[in-house]
Design a protein around this ligand. Structure first.
Ligand code: TXA
Ligand code: MG
Length: 347
């Protein structure tokens, strides 16, 4: 990249003076990475037409990919989009929190931010530093995940520093993200009917419990055919891809462990497994992602693990269990499927 490096300031939350400076930077059109409960965001003033362009330059890709706008309060949404009664119900149940809702945008949001779409994605984060930054800035903050294009999303300030130092104006270190996977995204197909464009911590089951009918966008679980378009433009990219190819293994734990046994201690292979995988978990090339019964813990560790593989050049192949599709498992399934480029073997 021939672009000139910027002097990136890193502050640690809480730092009242630093946060004031961060808010000033956002207002003036600069880029500030900040923690949220899902992943770190790369924030810019969502009311400035060149915000999206700047953000994508920093991420290292030209893009038609629309950005989520982050607000401090769900009641502010009506300033930026045509709010539906369904949104109000969702806000009451899940906001602030890891849910993003797509609605028809108002003119005040520049079309550069929405990739030319007439809709805008809105989210109200619950993380304390994120909330303070948005309130202090007094403008909606457009933010994609704060990773370089093609790398897993960032879930700690160290990840952000490794991808973004020299490319943005400030990084707010707020520790590790609680959830570790990006927000659930939904749009409306009717008053009472949602389409889930991206799964996350707010699960299908949780939305159904609030009385919504939920349809899953095909792009969440399947590879789309040439020319087919996902409802969330970003879902077409091969995100979350570590340097080495990932293969997902479908089968019960006994069969999976039997398949992996000959690969134990092979330095060119990385094996992602569960705490319960007694047969394989002590191998020198095994990486325990957590208990089989703790999908939230698995979600929390997934991106850090994928990033760690990138730092180990000797790894040429990664194996992982095919995740369960229920609850937050669906989100892990979706991210792993993309990381693998849809490579699944049955054992
Ligand atoms: O948890 C999150 O959502 C994080 C944090 C920073 O809030 N943000 C995030 O942003 O994951 P990003 O840009 O990495 O992913 C946003 C996704 C993309 O797949 C994009 O296509 C979709 O949201 N999206 C944004 N606006 C949309 C719209 N108007 N209609 C449909 N999809 C939209
Ligand atoms: Mg992203």
């Amino acid at each position: 990249m021939s672009e000139k490096l910027i002097d990136t300031k890193v502050i640690t939350y809480p730092d009242p003076e630093g946060m004031k400076k961060a808010a000033e930077l956002i207002k003036s059109g600069a880029l500030v990475a900040f923690p949220t409960e899902t992943v770190y965001g790369l924030g810019a003033n969502a009311l400035m037409p060149d915000a999206a362009e700047k953000v994508y330059r920093a991420k290292g890709r030209p893009s038609d990919n629309p950005l989520i706008i982050h607000l401090a309060d769900a009641r502010d949404a009506e300033k930026y989009c045509y709010v539906t009664s369904g949104f109000e119900r969702l806000a009451k149940a899940f906001m602030p929190g890891p849910l993003t809702v797509v609605m028809k945008k108002k003119d005040i949001i520049p079309s550069t931010v929405t990739g030319g779409l007439d809709t805008v994605a809105v989210r109200i984060p619950s993380q304390i530093a994120a909330r303070e930054l948005i309130s202090l800035a007094g403008v909606p903050i457009a933010a994609p995940s704060a990773n370089l294009s093609g790398r897993p999303s960032t879930t700690s300030a160290d990840h952000v520093i490794s991808d973004m130092l020299g490319r943005i104006d400030m990084i707010i270190d707020g520790g590790e993200c609680d959830i570790g996977l990006e927000s659930t995204i939904v749009s409306f197909c009717g008053e009472n009917k949602l389409k889930m464009l991206r799964p996350g911590k707010i699960t299908l089951e949780m939305l159904e419990n609030e009385g919504f009918e939920v349809e899953l966008d095909k792009a969440v679980t399947e590879k789309l055919a040439e020319g087919e378009r996902p409802a969330a433009p970003g879902m077409k990219y091969r995100h979350y891809a570590p340097g080495a190819p990932v293969t997902l293994i479908e089968g019960d734990s006994a069969d999976r462990n039997a398949f992996l046994a000959p690969l134990a201690d092979d330095k060119s292979v990385a094996i992602i497994c569960f705490e319960e995988d007694e047969e394989i978990k002590n191998a020198s090339n095994a990486y325990v992602i957590g208990s089989k019964n703790d999908p939230e813990g698995q979600a929390h560790r997934l991106f850090s693990m994928l990033r760690a593989f990138d730092d180990k050049d000797e790894i040429k192949q990664i194996y992982a269990p095919l995740p369960e599709k229920s609850g937050i498992g669906l989100a892990i399934f979706n991210r792993m499927l993309k990381a693998s480029g849809y490579t699944v073997i049955k054992v």
